[in-house]
Design a protein around this ligand. Structure first.
Ligand code: C6P
Length: 411
């Protein structure tokens, strides 16, 4: 993975990388928003729609059986990808991280929490891991508490131990900030949560696509993730949750496929995981996400993480030579995944983004669905460059040269 031939091989798997933007070779640094898709994922989607696009769990005919088998295999692939015991049925297919967190908020939070309880969050959370908990707090009377952030947006042990306490029922935290790439000290957080009998929800939207994941090691109670950030299609993702919790939780959505028996005035529920998957699921999406997970496992999540660490170190060195760039987040590259948020002195982030676009470089600008973190930094937005397995040091050079050029024009 670290050798240039490996990267060339990987890049050729992604048709979009052959494309241009504004007439220039595309440099895709917006992987935090969504990743590009390898051909193998398109083939999996195409295969389903072209050859066997029947509904699942319903037909007795061959085409439906084929679709059912592919859907079930997709779940098994996700078990392997996440280190989930296949016997336990602990992966629910959802539309993505946002829906997964809402599932926990509605099916667990709304039913279980009360005025004595506290939900612990941080100000670096994506809106998807704040707004649902605000709703739970409003409806149940539970309180929200926030682990304080340091000036650079990191967490310290003292703040963690002072915030998680006997009334904490849930700590809901990102595995990797979508703004700064900061990976919080998950072990300390889990230890404190366990000490007080609280559950841990990990927002894995960014974490899962960039790190090898084994839920046994992560030892969280809930893990939310999105397929589109790990080379899969949009509109599909999942929630890992401990079986014991899934069995206790009420369903989130009601309708077909999630029932055991329906009578006119009452119904009973199917087993986990179907109990949480009402209606026709995103069959193609599940098959496509599994193809993506299989692709990433073949490349090797450990190699992907190593490659990104190398890119990070390279980017860190390159940016530190530009004294007009303010970088947000941890002051060392070791606590950071491949996401860099920055501002150029005296220049609006959108202007930087637009001029980078003219150079063929795709970045995201704005508040990145993280307004509380922007408020913490005292800014309204940043320019964000985020990497994935197919990015290269040459692209970083190109990005940095583009920054130098545009700063010369804009300042
Ligand atoms: N962040 C970004 O550009 P969905 O949209 O449901 O797939 O994921 C939501 C989400 C939740 N948590 C974190 C940490 C995230 O980064 C995201 C998605 C994208 O940063 C789109 S806003």
């Amino acid at each position: 993975m670290t050798s240039s031939t490996d990267i060339i091989g990987i890049r050729s798997d992604f048709p979009a990388l052959n494309g241009t933007m504004r007439g220039k070779d595309l440099v895709y640094f917006d992987n935090g928003a969504t990743s590009l898709k390898p051909q193998i994922v398109m083939d999996a989607l195409d295969g389903y729609y072209r050859e066997y696009s029947a509904n699942i769990h319903r037909g007795v005919y061959e085409m439906s059986e084929r679709a059912t088998a592919a859907f079930d295999r997709a779940r098994e692939t996700m078990y392997r990808f996440l280190g989930v015991d296949p016997e336990k049925g602990e992966v629910i297919f959802t539309r993505g991280t946002t829906e997964s967190i809402n599932l926990v908020a509605y099916a667990w939070g709304m039913n279980v929490l009360g005025p004595e309880d506290e939900i612990v969050l941080t100000a670096m959370e994506h809106h998807s891991n704040i707004v649902p908990w605000q709703q739970v707090a409003r409806r149940t009377g539970a309180s929200l508490r926030f682990i304080p952030l340091t000036e650079e947006g990191t967490l310290e042990e003292d703040g963690i131990t002072a915030t998680i306490g006997p009334r904490t029922r849930l700590v809901a935290i990102t595995g990797m900030s979508n703004v700064t790439g900061y990976v919080p000290p998950l072990k300390t957080i889990r230890r404190e949560a366990r000490r007080h009998g609280a559950l841990v929800l990990l927002d894995g939207a960014q974490y899962v696509s960039h790190h090898p994941v084994d839920v046994q090691d992560l030892d969280c109670d809930f893990l939310a993730f999105s397929g589109h950030k790990l080379c899969g299609p949009t509109g599909i993702g999942g929630l890992y949750a401990r079986r014991t919790l899934l069995e206790q939780m009420e369903p989130f959505h009601f309708g077909g496929d999630m029932i055991r028996e329906v009578h006119l005035r009452e119904s009973t529920w199917a087993n986990v995981p179907e109990k949480f998957e009402a209606g026709t699921p995103n069959i193609a999406g599940a098959i496509g996400m599994a193809a993506a997970a299989e692709y990433l496992m073949n490349v090797g999540m450990e190699s992907i993480a190593r490659h990104e660490r190398e890119l990070n170190a390279y980017m860190y060195d390159a940016l530190s030579t530009l004294d007009y760039v303010t970088l947000y987040g941890p002051v060392s590259d070791s606590e950071r995944g491949g996401i860099f948020s920055m501002n150029l002195e005296g220049v609006h982030a959108h202007d930087v983004g637009s001029l980078l676009d003219q150079q063929g470089v795709a970045v995201r600008t704005g508040f990145h669905c993280a307004q509380p973190l922007m408020a913490h930094f005292g800014i309204t937005g940043t320019v964000r460059a985020s990497f994935y397995l197919y990015n290269t040091p040459d692209e970083i050079d190109l990005f940095v040269r583009a920054l130098e050029r545009l700063y010369g024009i804009l300042r």
